[in-house]
Design a protein. Structure first.
Length: 119
């Protein structure tokens, strides 16, 4: 079973940058997709970005394209979400999640990390 632990959240000013990490433990991730999601206070959780572990193919929600970059380090079994040009509307709890490639549902979730963008 795969387990995920996020880190790297914090308080940043508008226009700043943060890098979130998602450390995975357990079985190999070759056939998995790692997704990043966020949930702002009072709003539903939304998809942000994803990366296929084997081929490193990526996908992004339109609102973060050109500002966020998702990547992974296979040796460290860690996925990253590099966030640039942060805006107050990016404030949320960010989660990483895993699903088996070809599946529609993310079934393994991390505990989340808070990102606050404020001056």
């Amino acid at each position: 079973q795969v387990q995920l632990v996020e880190s790297g959240g914090g308080l940043v000013q508008p226009g700043g940058s943060l890098r979130l990490s998602c450390a995975a433990s357990g079985r190999t991730l070759t056939n998995y997709v790692i997704g990043w999601f966020r949930q702002a206070l009072g709003k539903e959780r939304e998809f942000v970005a994803a990366i296929t572990w084997g081929e490193s193919r990526t996908a992004y929600v339109d609102s973060v394209k050109g500002r966020f970059v998702v990547s992974r380090d296979a040796d460290r079994k860690t996925a990253f979400l590099q966030m640039y040009s942060l805006k107050p509307e990016d404030t949320a709890v960010y989660y990483c999640a895993a699903k088996f490639r070809g599946s529609t549902e993310y079934v393994i979730w991390g505990q989340g990390t808070q990102v606050t963008v404020s001056s």
